[in-house]
Design a protein around this ligand. Sequence first.
Ligand code: FE2
Length: 367
Amino acid sequence: MNALTIPKPEANSGEDAFHRRIHQNHMFGLWEIASQMTPHPQPQMLPWLWDWKTTESLVRESGTAVPVGEERRAMQLFNPGLSGAWATTNTLIAAVQVLLPGEVARSHRHTPAALRFILEGSGAYTAVEGERVMMEPGDLILTPSWTWHDHGNETNETVVWMDGLDVPLVKALNTMFFNMNPKQQPPLTEPINGSQRLYGHGRLSPTWIKGTTLHSPLLLYAWSQTLEALDALRDREASPFEGVALEYTHPVTGGPVLPTIGCQVQLIRKGEALQARRVTGTSIFCVVQGTGHSVISGKSFAWTRGDILALPSWALHEHACTGPQDAILFCMTDRPVIKALGFWREEAYADNGGHQKVSEEFQPGKG
Ligand SMILES: [Fe+2]
């Protein structure tokens, strides 16, 4: 059908007998909805920043206001553009979770894959399928889809971490399953940090273990190793868009750590202003150290340690380090899904030397 012959929806939708009849029979003409086939992504989610100052005070308050009980004490970051959906981006949820000294979060499993990025506290653990994975600040810990896991804190200090899960994606696919374990903590069957001993040596993997899993068999990516890798590359030329950006990889396949969530860490050097680009898929950044700002679609988001930033698909974005020390961002993204399905696109911003004009400043809590 020629575009010129398509009736305007405003003129016809529900207005005449024919349209009333098709709607009563649960049909719509493509001419009524064709505008949804947009020329480029038009996300409903908003770019948003949860500042650490506010998050930390609320999370600490949750330690006394809410018992850990059956549910984990995790503050879910709801994107204000997504109409109350359990979602930080349209595919990912981030949360900030606190575990007080002596507490245990009961064993459970779910089809959404999860990761933890440790923000504060040393020596607590997540037990995954009978293996305790010990936490230190900056560690990345995986709890892949459908693995039993519980969290415990036998130290004297409060532990705080950022959770990342693919809940909105799993909900969209109607593949949500969840179980509580009859045991609060199932027995430990593996050595402490056993996956790190097996797979935590870069490109050296055990020969006697045949095959591998969709998710990374390495459950702990220790901050000490991450920092060492970033330091080794600090003085090298790196990505003009991401700085010294390293992907956490599956030690056997070299692919992403989880089939639905990829993770990166990026070092933005003191004084460095990266160039703008847009990419398909969404990301959530957590500031590990330093201060700076990100400009997203012309709006500037100032950030400092602990802030969490949500980036929509196809939004122009650029990061800069403005503080007296290098900045480090942890990033989780749905890029493995985007790439597996053939939807990956990227486009550098060519105007104005690769930098956007800033027209607005983001106000924490307000937008
Ligand atoms: Fe969980």
